[in-house]
Design a protein around this ligand. Structure first.
Ligand code: ADP
Ligand code: MG
Length: 685
């Protein structure tokens, strides 16, 4: 039964004043509070409307544009609003049947009230929009009000004054017109809704009045709104088309603060997970189940498995925050399955995105201010790390990222925020993602005799922010080659069960969700603490004794704690045991051997990552500079003779080729110059 405008208004009045009970009117109380606080919106849970009057609830879903004005009139009456006050009735929690996936929105939803969920990709600045335009007829001087109910501006056609009735000209009287706040946002499907590298669909939403500027890029939001259409080509030359673009007129928007994973775990699932966890070999089993199609690389699989669990961020007393997410970088030759591992992780992680360093959108990896094509205003767009908030960002070929990203990714990795201030838009967005990145060496193949920093196009400051870096090389080794080949051939035959992992992918995803949900506060046992302390101090001491550079810093200690906590979580425990620490130290040493070993001395040296040069080389450079300085003095500041420099360097066991290379580098950097072709002088000093 269809209700009339008056009936709807009466029903809403009744709902406000006497639901669920005249003595306890839930919404009347809320309205009184609204009044006190100067708020203009009332939020009604749709369940209450169903409970109150089923017909009304049905009509609200099918003809929201008829129902809302009547509901607002009812609210105005109960509120006792003075003329011109713009109150709003906002609905939350539509039934499951009206919750539509962005990709499933179709013509049947036009002009209906629907609920969608997504992650905010883009927000425009807030602008005034005219909703009641007052015009003056320049012939007779009468005022005409035109209600602006669509995006396209409507002037009057003829003067409404019966004694005039002419068609203008009309002048817009901005002083007498009514404006409201307006904003447009774009939402897209949540990362966890996308499987196997699908591209996300997006939906434009317009927001008005009190609720503008509530959501930020990266927020996961639930929106109730009316699906509207706009004729394409309208207002442009070339004429109107028969197709329409769609957008959602937002009625209510809720931000999901703590994004609980959607995937509901059944009793059975949980039981199975607890049983798996009771196996003392659980960590091994999970590791062996990661990317079963890839042979070997056990330590890499272990590391990425730990990333699935990660730790919780810690808020310190002084307000600083230490991240709980671990970042992992895989560097290496082409064709060693780096991309494959990233893609696998994107598939198994409960929430993740896969992107290349170049990024798939204008916003790249972090965020950007762009011009919104539809509205022509500036908009803030979230990049991959913001969209992957609370999940894993798999970034392939991170060495190819844009210069803008290069400067903002440091903040994203350590503070896990992205700050932007451009074209009047200032914002700080959350980017609490674990990064799993892959990079290729600059010159195609990895050269294990050169330090890492020289080989990839990433700054040492960036490299030092990764908790673990592994180098995957493609060195021919007969026994290994045969095994990999056999493994790959097996995949291409039909003996599938030969590569069946101990735990299937779907179960691992559920396991990760369960452990994150149930294990929230993780602490280190005293033994675990002592072991970490002992390891840290012993390595620091080794550095001190041998006068080698400091091989470990506080940042690496934090990494070790994080990873140990992740391992405890992997066992479904909130206590870090000494075994956890032991295993993480092993994994860490493996990573350090990959990246921090000085190819000349065999010593491990963290500074090498920072400076991109092993200490043995740094020492030699210092020696060369000293020789130049001494020879210069000896020759009464005429400059060091290059031939003598080679000679003295040779006496210090430095090869001619190395000396030549260093001279070239120093000249390039401007640290030395040639006063004459055969002489060198230091620029400074
Ligand atoms: P990368 O990104 O390191 O250049 P890819 O991930 O594109 O390499 O891998 C190239 C191909 O080689 C993939 O099909 C991958 O499955 C295969 N491959 C490389 N290493 C292995 C391995 N250890 N086991 C199984 N397959 C491998
Ligand atoms: Mg690749």
């Amino acid at each position: 039964m269809k209700l009339s405008y008056e009936e709807i208004e009466d029903k809403f009045k009744e709902l406000f004043e006497s639901y669920p009970d005249v003595s306890e009117p839930k919404y009347k109380k809320i309205i009184d509070k609204m009044k006190l606080e100067g708020k203009l919106s009332i939020y009604i849970n749709f369940d209450d409307i169903i409970d109150f009057n089923f017909d009304l609830s049905e009509q609200l879903l099918s003809s929201p544009e008829e129902v809302f004005p009547a509901a607002i009139d009812a609210l105005k009456e109960v509120y006792g609003a003075e003329q011109g006050k713009r109150l709003a009735v906002r609905i939350t929690n539509l039934p499951i049947t009206e919750r539509i996936d962005i990709k499933d929105i179709r013509a049947v939803h036009i002009n209906k009230l629907i609920q969608v969920e997504g992650v905010v990709r883009r927000t425009t600045e807030v602008k005034p929009e005219i909703i009641e335009a007052v015009f003056e007829c320049e012939r007779c001087g009468d005022f005409i009000t035109i209600y602006q109910d669509s995006i396209i501006f409507k002037p009057p056609i003829t003067c409404s004054n019966p004694s005039c009735g002419r068609n203008g000209p009309f002048k817009l009287m901005k002083m007498h017109s009514t404006f409201v706040d307006w904003q447009s946002i774009k939402i897209q499907e949540k990362p966890e809704k996308l499987r196997g590298g699908q591209l996300p669909r997006s939906l434009d939403c317009t927001i008005k009045e009190e609720i503008v500027d509530t959501a930020q890029p990266g927020n996961v939001v639930t929106i109730v709104g009316i699906l509207k259409t706009l004729q394409e080509g309208a207002g442009k030359t070339g004429g109107k088309k028969t197709t329409f673009s769609k957008f959602l007129e937002v009625n209510s928007i809720e931000i999901k603060e703590k994004d609980i994973q959607d995937l509901e775990l059944s009793e059975e699932d949980e039981e199975k997970i607890r049983e798996l966890a009771s196996d003392p070999k659980i960590c091994e089993n999970i590791t062996n189940s990661i990317a079963p199609s890839i042979y070997g690389n056990q330590h890499v699989k272990y590391a990425v498995a730990l990333q699935l669990f990660s730790s919780e961020a810690r808020l310190l007393q002084d307000g600083t925050r230490i991240r709980g997410d671990s970042h992992i970088l895989l560097v290496g030759d082409p064709g060693v399955a780096k991309s494959q591992i990233l893609k696998y992780m994107n598939m198994v992680a409960p929430r993740s995105i896969y992107t290349s360093g170049k990024g798939t959108s204008a916003a790249g990896l972090t965020a950007a201010v762009i011009r919104d094509e539809t509205s022509g205003t500036f908009a803030l767009e979230a990049g991959a790390l913001v969209i992957a908030d609370n999940g894993i960002a798999c970034i392939d070929e991170i060495d190819k990222m844009s210069n803008d990203d290069r400067s903002s990714i440091h903040e994203a990795m350590e503070q896990q925020t992205v700050s932007i201030a451009k074209a009047g838009i200032i914002a700080t967005l959350n980017a609490r993602a674990s990064i799993l990145a892959a990079a290729n060496p600059k010159r195609g193949r990895f050269d294990s005799y050169k330090p890492l920093g020289e080989q990839i196009d990433l700054l040492p400051t960036l490299l030092s922010r990764f908790d673990l870096i592994f180098i995957l090389t493609d060195k021919p080794k007969e026994s290994e080659d045969k095994k990999i080949a056999e493994h790959i051939l097996k995949l291409h035959s039909n003996e599938e069960d030969n590569i069946t992992p101990p735990i299937e992918t779907e179960t691992i995803r559920k396991y990760a969700i369960y452990s994150k949900k149930t294990i929230q506060e993780i602490s280190l046992t005293d033994e675990a603490k002592n072991r970490l302390l002992e390891f840290y101090v012993s390595i620091r001491k080794k550095g001190e004794e041998k006068n080698t550079p400091i091989p470990i810093t506080a940042r690496q200690l934090e990494s070790l704690i994080r990873l140990s906590e992740a391992r405890a979580r992997m066992r479904l425990s909130d206590k870090v045991m000494v075994e956890d620490v032991e295993e993480i130290i092993q994994l860490y040493m493996k990573s350090i051997e990959d990246i921090g070993k000085d190819p000349e001395t065999g010593e491990i040296d963290i500074d090498m990552i920072m400076t991109g040069r092993p200490k043995s080389q740094r020492d030699k450079i210092t020696i060369i500079m000293e020789i130049i300085s001494n020879l210069d003095k000896k020759s009464n500041n005429e400059g060091a003779l290059i031939s003598e420099l080679y000679e003295e360097a040779r006496a210090e066991n430095i090869s001619d080729s190395f000396t030549r290379k260093i001279i070239d580098e120093l000249k390039q950097k401007g640290d030395v110059y040639e006063p004459r072709p055969d002489r060198l002088k230091l620029t400074l000093m």
